[in-house]
Design a protein around this ligand. Structure first.
Ligand SMILES: O=C(O)CCC(=O)C(=O)O
Length: 329
C-alpha cells in the first residue's frame, strides 16, 4: 500500500487540507477524457437532431465542450450526461441521467486513491454518493446569473454542510481530483487553512429550492484564504469541516475536476436517497462492488425510487432556518 506518510497525515490534520501530487497517471487521465469525449459527442448529436445546437466543429474535448455549452439554453440538457450524480432538484424525471461509465468507476475505485483514503479513514471504505464532476468553461461562455458550481465558481462551504444531519458524525473525507491543471486564473480551489478546527460555520440556504447553500463571504477570514494551485493528476484532500470554495474560470480553457467522498462502511452518508457502495473492505470483501454495471444499476434504482415518491429527496433542508438571518440577506 502506498498511502500517506506520517508527515502528510500530520499536515492534513493541522491544515484541514492536503495536496498529493501524481495520484493519477497520464494514462488514467487520457482514459477519462476518452470516455467523456464519447459521452459528449453522443449527447451533442441528440441535441443537434433536436435543433438545440449546431454540430460541433472543434477537435479536442475541451473545444467541443465549450462550443456546446456556449450554445445550449438549458445547460442541464447537456450536463446531466456528464455529472456523476443526479441533480438535487425536486422535479426529477425518469429521463434524467448521469455518467456511470467504466472509466469513471475505475477512478472511484482506483487503488492508488483508495490507498490514500485508507491512510485517513481506515481499511473499510465506502464510496459516499455526494460526488460531482465539474467541467468549467470560461466564465464568459456562461449565462450571467448562473450559480451552478458544476460549471461556475463554487461558493464558500464546508462539505459536512451539504450532507443531512444524520451524517453529522460521519468521518467523511473529500478527495478532489484535478483532470486539468487548476490555477488561480482558471478557477482553482480556495481554502481557509485550519478552519476545520473551528466547528460548524453558519450556512445560508440557496435562493431557490434547487440552489446551493453557502457561507456568506463576510464571515470568511479572507486574509487567511489561500488558492490551491495543482497539476493535472493531483488530488486535494479536504477535511469535512474545512471552509473552501473555488474561483471563476477567467482563462480561455476548461477547468475540470472530480470531487469524490469516502467514509468508513456502516456510517450514514448524509444523502441516503443516492447510492454509495463498498469500495474496499478486508472484513467483508464479498460486499465490495467491482463492476460499474452494478453501480449503474444502483443509480437507476435510486432514480426510480425518487420519481415514484418512495424516497424522500429533501436536500439541503438543514439550513432553511437561516433564511431570515441578516447575514443571509
Ligand atoms: O471544484 C469546485 O469548484 C468545488 C469543489 C468543492 O467545493 C467540493 O469538492 O466540495
Amino acid at each position: 500500500m502506498t498511502g500517506l506518510t506520517a508527515e502528510q497525515l500530520r499536515r492534513f490534520d493541522e491544515d484541514g487540507y492536503l495536496i498529493v501530487e501524481d495520484v493519477l497517471s497520464e494514462e488514467d487521465l487520457a482514459r477519462i477524457e476518452a470516455e467523456y469525449r464519447e459521452i459528449l459527442d453522443r449527447a451533442a448529436d441528440g441535441l443537434v437532431r433536436r435543433g438545440r445546437i449546431r454540430p460541433l466543429r472543434g477537435g479536442a474535448f475541451s473545444e467541443r465542450y465549450v462550443e456546446a455549452m456556449r450554445q445550449i439554453d438549458d445547460m442541464y440538457a447537456l450536463y446531466q450526461h456528464l455529472d456523476i450524480s443526479l441533480p438535487l432538484v425536486e422535479d426529477l424525471g425518469l429521463s434524467h441521467t448521469l455518467n456511470t461509465g467504466p472509466e469513471v468507476f475505475r477512478l472511484l475505485t482506483h487503488p492508488r486513491l483508495l490507498d490514500i483514503v485508507e491512510s485517513v479513514i481506515g481499511p473499510e471504505i465506502y464510496s459516499n454518493p455526494i460526488q460531482h464532476t465539474r467541467i468549467k468553461p470560461p466564465v464568459h461562455c456562461l449565462p450571467d446569473a448562473i450559480l451552478d458550481s458544476n460549471v461556475a465558481a463554487t461558493g464558500w462551504h464546508q462539505d459536512s454542510a451539504v450532507a443531512t444531519r444524520e451524517a453529522d458524525d460521519t468521518d467523511m473525507l473529500t478527495v478532489w481530483l484535478a483532470v486539468t491543471d487548476a490555477f488561480v486564473q482558471n478557477g482553482c480551489l480556495v481554502v481557509t487553512p485550519g478552519s476545520h478546527r473551528k466547528g460548524v460555520t453558519r450556512h445560508c440556504p440557496g435562493m431557490a429550492s434547487s440552489a446551493e447553500i453557502y457561507i456568506p463571504e463576510t464571515i470568511i477570514d479572507l486574509d487567511r484564504v489561500i488558492p490551491l494551485e495543482v497539476k493535472a493528476g493531483s488530488a486535494v484532500l479536504l477535511h469535512k469541516m474545512t471552509e473552501h470554495g473555488s474561483l471563476e474560470n477567467r482563462s480561455e480553457g476548461i477547468r475540470w475536476s472530480f470531487d469524490l467522498r469516502y467514509q468508513p462502511i456502516g456510517q450514514p452518508t448524509g444523502r441516503s436517497v443516492f447510492p454509495g457502495f463498498a469500495a474496499r473492505s478486508s472484513a467483508r470483501p464479498d460486499l465490495v462492488v467491482t463492476d460499474h454495471a452494478e453501480w449503474e444499476s444502483l443509480w437507476r434504482q435510486a432514480l426510480h425510487r425518487i420519481v415514484n415518491g418512495e424516497a424522500d429527496a429533501a436536500f439541503n433542508a438543514k439550513w432553511e432556518a437561516n433564511a431570515g438571518h441578516p447575514l443571509c440577506a
